[in-house]
Design a protein. Structure first.
Length: 289
């Protein structure tokens, strides 16, 4: 008798086609810092990158980690999604240009305990032009974050959808990269280019950077297309694909309108539970303390 996709010899399989793993709730930390810096990066827009940044940050904070989320996208969606002011306040742009020297003057608190934000707005779109003639221009963000690294356990950078100088700054500042990848054929096509960029940064600017994983987003188990794309991603990238899979749901836009992570907006929802599992998985993998 042929086994279904969901079981092999009685073992339950998850959407990635591998046995379901229960990741333990992380133990409390006895002390905090220095932070591990992780970029959430994909040059394709609309793949759930900001949604993942917001909800992973909130989930890690819920598990007692001190988290700084850096909005590094001129659209400022991360700032808005966490209810943080990004206009008429100092932002990451001011830190990059040096008009504000101390990141603590820019960091804002959120409604979630232990989750802080460096906001961004449309001003950031001009940053590349200003930075292009700077000495060591790829390392400016690293210098900014170094000043507050000891205050946090994790710093998450929500990158803009491009592979320009800002994204290279984020990768140069980071210890690891998480790639949110929508379960759609066209989302697959750019990943090789992104990985090539990460490897160039590792060779030339930041030898410590590692791939922390590819997180499948916008997954819909009801569609053959979604299932086939996820199968292909696992086939190509193997263990780099995280076990956690984020499903497609209308709850995400609802949470965005409420300026809350889904983990507080609808804590019992499957999507909220998936982001808590993602946080547990990254801790279990050693990507986060």
């Amino acid at each position: 008798m042929a086994h279904s996709k969901s079981t092999v010899a009685g073992t339950a399989l998850g959407p990635t086609g591998r046995p379901v793993v229960e990741f333990p709730v992380p133990a409390p930390l006895q002390s905090h810092g220095p932070a591990r810096i992780i970029s959430l990066c994909n040059q394709k827009g609309g793949v759930g990158k900001t949604t993942t940044s917001i909800n992973l940050a909130a989930a890690l904070a819920q598990y007692g980690r001190r988290v700084l989320a850096v909005d590094f996208d001129p659209q400022g969606a991360l700032s808005a999604g966490l209810g943080v002011a990004s206009h008429d306040v100092p932002t990451i742009y001011d830190l990059l240009l040096g008009s504000v020297k101390d990141p603590r003057e820019v960091i804002q608190t959120t409604a979630i305990n232990d989750l802080h934000v460096i906001p961004a707005n449309i001003d950031l779109s001009a940053a590349e032009v200003h930075l292009i003639n700077e000495v060591a221009r790829e390392q400016i963000l690293a210098g900014v974050l170094r000043k507050v690294s000891n205050d946090y356990d994790v710093i998450l950078i929500d990158c803009q959808p491009s592979l320009g100088l800002l994204t290279v700054n984020a990768l140069t500042a980071s210890h690891g990269v998480v790639i949110p990848l929508a379960c759609e054929f066209f989302a697959l096509r750019g990943v090789a280019l992104l990985i090539e960029t990460i490897e160039k940064v590792r060779d030339r600017l930041n030898p410590v950077i590692t791939m922390d994983g590819i997180i499948a987003t916008m997954y819909d188990a009801r569609t053959l297309h979604s299932r086939e794309v996820l199968e292909r991603v696992v086939e190509v990238f193997g263990d780099q694909v995280l076990e956690t899979v984020i499903g497609r749901t209308v709850k995400f836009p609802d949470a965005s309108v409420a300026a809350q992570p889904i983990t507080t907006f609808a804590p019992e929802h499957a999507a909220a539970q998936a982001y808590l599992q993602l946080a547990r998985e990254l801790v279990a993998r050693g990507s986060v303390a």
